[in-house]
Ligand binder design. Structure first.
Ligand SMILES: *Cc1c(COP(=O)(O)O)cnc(C)c1O
Length: 231
């Protein structure tokens, strides 16, 4: 049976292979280990194997893990699930990144509630390019206004864009979505100094996402195994 350490090595090898075949520099893609629903002991095993970026979807579960693992102070905790406005305070107090910003109200609350003794909260704007009804995220036409507003919030640092492209679509449709995302990202990075992250690509579409400029892939099951319940 493969251990978490084995599976992390495999995931990193796949990322390296995809990065090389896209003719991109080595180490230009970061791996976010998505640990939602998994126990703290699994995160500790991944940490011992060198993993430092972890993603959580559920606020209370994530905060509990962050508090339990406080002594591992170089972990970077990413919130990758939806945030209701009555939960922004504990997110602002505990996470290092929020990748799911899709409206000004949430951004403003996170900005106002980010404690002074912490660095600015790193944020990505979530896009829903295909306008899937079941997914959060804004459409490209809404991006410029939200970017301008977030740039005026001093306790947030805008790092880039995040998306969860549809699966099970034709290769052409997948290419179209990833290409749109890539061009929005390139334009944003040319306008905003702090922007360095395009968070796209999961187990099933990692190669294509990296070929289209992803700088962060989010992998759960392939590292930690199947979840008992699915989001
Ligand atoms: C769960 C989740 C992932 C990881 O999915 P796996 O299929 O377990 O690899 C990535 N991104 C987001 C936003 C998720 O919610």
């Amino acid at each position: 049976m493969q251990t978490i350490a084995d599976r992390l090595i495999n995931a990193r090898q796949e990322i390296d292979k995809a990065t090389a075949s896209a003719n991109r520099p080595p180490h230009s893609v970061r791996l976010l280990a998505v640990s939602k629903t998994k126990p703290v002991s699994d995160i500790e095993l991944a940490y011992e194997a060198g993993q430092r970026l972890f993603g959580e979807n559920y606020i209370q579960e994530g905060v509990d893990k962050i508090q339990t693992l406080k002594h591992l102070s170089d972990i970077e905790w990413h919130m990758i699930g939806p945030i209701q406005s009555n939960k922004t305070k504990i997110v602002a107090e505990h996470f290092d990144w929020v990748q799911t910003i899709d409206r000004l109200k949430i951004a403003k609350r996170l900005n106002d509630q980010r404690p002074d003794d912490l660095p600015p909260l790193n944020v990505c704007i979530q896009l829903n390019i295909e306008q899937e009804e079941t997914k959060s995220g804004i459409i490209p036409a809404e991006l410029p206004a939200l970017v301008q507003e977030i740039r005026h919030l001093p306790r947030l640092s805008l790092r880039g864009l995040m998306a969860i492209p549809a699966t099970g679509v034709t290769p052409e449709a997948q290419h179209q979505t990833l290409a749109t995302l890539a061009s929005l990202y390139t334009e944003l990075a040319s306008q905003v100094d702090t922007v360095d992250t395009l968070s796209v690509g999961m187990s099933g579409d990692m190669q294509q996402a990296i070929a289209h400029g992803s700088t962060m892939v989010r992998i759960g099951t392939a590292i930690f195994g199947a979840r008992n319940y699915q989001q």
